[in-house]
Write a protein that binds this ligand. Structure first.
Ligand code: NAD
Ligand code: TYD
Length: 370
């Protein structure tokens, strides 16, 4: 039986991971530590909390006494570290928050694990620290560049990716210096259920349902490698289950697409759902599809993000050959599942669109339209 500490478990990927782990590992104990920033939502874990399947701790990864107590009281043997400030656009406005959580927070968590797991220079058996990171640490690619491999040098371009690169270096240094049994995954863009509607895919769905403009930055030809979130959870599970301490794995979706293609596909999916389900027009009266008008009529090209990375792409060879990992969802099936999830889970996304969300979105519109 494993005892997991999942940081950031009320966020998008962390929340999906906690649901996945509880389904697949019935006997394990799961402690979720989350500061419930604007991006963290207790609602994501409500059923598991109510069933007492997990223990939810509202707290910060920079709080050393709290971390020491959690390691001691729960005899934690596995850390899965998702907690982070994760939105590039916000990192351009407020880099300090990113350094505090992503860099200082990761170092504080590493120290707590070191203190709990290493006694008289020897590591406890069967412990693992898994750090969840991003492909953005590698910087940007030109159209014909080979995809990022684990050996690609770091060249982060945004305050977000720079802070994640700092965290990755710290984890690597704890492996090298102290022999910490840690692993890292550098993953491409995730999408799926419980995704906060400030990121491209959920923002497009929610804006289309409200009949609001669908903002496409610059020329919309930037490329991302899209991975359905459940596939990412499976990749992390495989890394945790294998004897690979000290290793880094890149995780991708084998799904490179330009942004405008993603936006158009989402519009087509919404149009098709409204055409086949008359109840949607009554629920989402502001959506153009409710009046038989195509959602892509809302597409609006806006001012580009400063320093916008042009292309990310992952070479998934290492994780495929070492662990046999392959994504199960294609972009077509994954986007369809995502649109259906947002159509059937309106209370969840309405509950996260509070005053601070509305302030952020309107400040973005001011920035992009001027
Ligand atoms: P998210 O923003 O949805 O969730 C982050 C969670 O961390 C939130 O629940 C938030 O409350 C919590 N948190 C923030 N600061 C905290 C602190 N100081 N202490 C405790 N909890 C805190 O992010 P996400 O998209 O789920 O990303 C999870 C991880 O995966 C991040 O480390 C991110 O860098 C990485 N990642 C994300 C993507 C992606 O496409 N979303 C891709 C690659 C890697
Ligand atoms: P995002 O979801 O913010 O993820 P990341 O910046 O980490 O890749 O953005 C994905 C892509 O979509 C990125 O190229 C920026 C672009 N984008 C838009 O065109 N419009 C938007 O409103 C947002 C949020 C993103």
């Amino acid at each position: 039986m494993r005892k997991l500490l999942v940081t950031g478990g009320a966020g998008f990927i962390g929340g999906n991971f906690v649901h996945h782990w509880c389904r697949e590992h019935d006997a394990d104990r799961v402690i979720v530590l989350d500061a419930l920033t604007y991006a963290g939502n207790r609602a994501t874990l409500a059923t598991l909390i109510a069933e007492q399947r997990i223990e939810f701790v509202h707290g910060d990864i920079t709080d050393t006494p709290l971390l020491d107590r959690l390691f001691r009281e729960h005899a934690i043997d596995t850390v899965v570290h998702f907690a982070a400030e994760s939105h590039v656009d916000r990192s351009i406005v407020d880099p300090g928050a990113f350094v505090r959580t992503n860099v200082v927070g990761t170092q504080t968590l590493l120290d707590a694990a070191l203190k709990a797991w290493r006694v008289d220079g020897l590591w406890r058996e069967n412990v693992r620290f898994h750090h969840v990171s991003t492909d953005e640490v590698y910087g940007t690619l030109a159209p014909n560049d080979p995809p990022f491999s684990e050996a690609t040098p770091f060249a982060p371009n945004s305050p977000y990716s720079a802070s994640k690169a700092g965290a990755d270096h710290l984890v690597r240094a704890y492996v090298h210096t102290y022999g910490m049994p840690a692993t890292i995954s550098n993953c491409s863009n995730n999408y799926g259920p419980y995704h906060f509607p400030e990121k491209l895919i959920p923002l497009i769905i929610v804006n289309a349902l409200h009949g609001r403009p669908l903002p496409v930055y610059g020329d919309g030809r930037q490329i991302r490698d899209w991975l359905f979130v459940e596939d990412h959870c499976i990749a992390i599970e495989q890394i945790l289950s294998a004897d690979v301490a000290g290793q880094t794995f890149n995780v991708g979706g084998r799904a490179e697409h330009v942004n405008i293609d993603i936006v158009r596909r989402l519009c087509e999916l919404l149009d098709a759902r409204f055409a086949s389900d008359a109840t949607l027009a009554a629920r989402f009266v502001e959506c153009p599809a409710a009046r038989g008008i195509a959602c892509d009529s809302l597409i609006t090209y806006v001012k580009d993000r400063p320093g916008h990375d042009r292309r990310y792409a992952i070479d998934p060879t290492l994780i495929a050959t070492t662990l046999g990992f392959e994504p199960r969802e294609t972009l077509t099936t994954g986007l369809a599942r995502t649109v259906d999830w947002y159509l059937t889970n309106e209370p969840w996304w309405r509950s996260v669109m509070d005053g601070s969300y509305r302030d952020w979105i309107s400040s973005q519109y001011q920035r992009t339209l001027t």
